[in-house]
Design a protein. Structure first.
Length: 459
């Protein structure tokens, strides 16, 4: 009995020592990020000196070259590029659109959806039919839709506390709406911008065509413009027409790169913990929150550990993924190379939900018992308000690793979501809308989690 008590006391004391060491290390991590942080400075350069970074563009390549130099300047053990072929879609001249109400032409803001085709050179003018779901197209049928512009006008559902869920329930009209409408003979498609904000910023985003179907031009309309069009349709019905013009086009796929930096593991160099975001952005603004904060925050998370002289047990990687916005080619290539090189991936953290105040992390791949075992981590993260560790998380860049690296735990940083879709995919996604303090706290939270995973794993 005495021996059993002695063992239990020994384990308890050992646990206290570990927790004290971890607590001290997290304090050092946060101090470095908040006092000597580089994330806001590097984000400023990315946004103001490089700017929009759509895959295949000259700016995307500038971002790759610059990102590699920054990692090298931080003294990481290994910095390298991974080749990846990416689509090259070009928006072309600024879009034009207006509602035709008799002799009146009411100008409204639009933006071509990513990967859309162009309208005819002189633009497209047609009657408008408003719908609120893809299923409604099936009900209406070809007789009601053929030759018309289909106007998808389903707004965000404000009842969701996590705004990503509202985005998810509204997003199919942008992702699949144009292809679905084309099957019924639509001449074109206009989609309500995916945001709860009522403003005149159209929010772009990728759409997916049926490879064997007809491609019709598709654009996002601002929420104010959508409300105006909807109201006129209610009042005057078929008397209302819509005109829009866009000159977007596709160029051949082009060579680009993921940018990778490593801190080599001292005990298990063949085991990897990845943190990253996507370097590419849409072309309407600077890609500050989507996903400049993600890549610069991830870079900072690793820089902080390196600056503190931390020598990880496992190899820690920061990855700037290319082409998340309109193809996911960077994430797919990273997973393919991981399998090809027989890399053992423990975990991957993705930051692609804006640089707002971190609330915690979502985990995919943990058993209920493993998730419960994170209680000690919750206590460590609680003073920093980043202790919400819940089931369900990841991201589109790290998602392909689930198939290629069985057993990996996928993790998503969970910032406060209320303001993200105000700027997401719009001309409003600029550096000035990023708060320095919030960005630094997110960087520190990811750095802290990297440390905890490296030290303790998930068992």
């Amino acid at each position: 009995m005495k021996l059993k008590i002695t063992i239990l006391l020994s384990l308890f004391c050992s646990s206290l020592i570990v927790n004290a060491q971890d607590s001290l290390m997290l304090r050092k991590i946060y101090d470095e990020a908040l006092v000597n942080g580089k994330s806001y400075e590097t984000l400023h350069y990315l946004c103001k000196n490089i700017g929009p970074r759509l895959s295949g563009s000259a700016n995307a390549q500038k971002a790759v070259d610059w990102g590699k130099k920054v990692m090298e300047s931080y003294g990481f053990d290994h910095v390298f590029l991974q080749e990846v072929m990416v689509p090259h879609w070009v928006r072309g001249a600024k879009e034009e659109a207006y509602i035709i109400d008799g002799k009146n032409k009411i100008v409204v803001p639009i933006a071509a959806l990513g990967m859309s085709v162009a309208t005819p050179a002189g633009g497209l003018t047609a009657d408008v039919i408003e719908v609120h779901s893809l299923k409604q197209l099936d009900t209406l049928g070809e007789a009601a839709i053929k030759g018309k512009i289909v106007f998808f006008n389903r707004p965000f559902d404000p009842r969701f506390i996590e705004t990503l869920r509202a985005y998810g329930t509204a997003g199919d009209q942008r992702n699949m709406g144009p292809a679905a409408a084309a099957k019924y003979g639509a001449a074109g498609v206009i989609v309500r911008s995916l945001t709860e904000s009522l403003d005149n910023y159209p929010h772009t985003g990728a759409t997916r065509y049926d490879a064997n179907g007809k491609n019709v031009p598709a654009a996002a309309i601002s929420t104010k413009g959508a409300n105006q069009l909807s109201e006129l349709l209610k009042q005057k019905g078929s008397a209302i027409k819509f005109h829009f013009k866009q000159s977007c086009h596709h160029l051949p796929d082009t060579l680009s790169y993921n940018v990778v930096g490593e801190l080599k593991g001292t005990e298990n160099p063949g085991k990897f913990i990845t943190v990253g975001g996507h370097l590419d952005s849409w072309d309407l603004a600077e890609g500050a929150h989507d996903d400049g904060t993600g890549v610069m925050g991830s870079l900072e998370a690793v820089r902080v550990l390196h600056t503190l002289g931390y020598h990880p047990k496992n190899t820690i990687r920061v990855v700037f993924f290319m082409n998340e916005e309109n193809g996911d080619k960077g994430g797919i290539k990273y997973a393919e190379l991981a399998a090809q090189n027989k890399e053992d991936h423990i975990a991957a953290i993705e930051s692609d939900f804006g640089g707002f105040s971190p609330r915690g992390f979502g985990f995919t791949g943990l058993t209920p018992d493993q998730l419960k075992n994170l209680d000690s981590w919750r206590k460590l993260l609680q003073p920093y308000f980043a202790d919400r560790l819940a089931a369900g998380g990841g991201g589109s860049d790290i998602g392909p690793l689930k198939e290629k690296a069985p057993g990996i735990i996928l993790i998503g940083l969970t910032p406060d979501s209320q303001r993200y879709f105000d700027v997401h995919h719009s001309g409003n996604d600029v550096f000035e809308n990023v708060n320095k303090r919030e960005l630094e706290l997110g960087s520190a939270a990811m750095s802290a989690l990297l440390y905890l995973i490296d030290q303790h794993g998930f068992n």
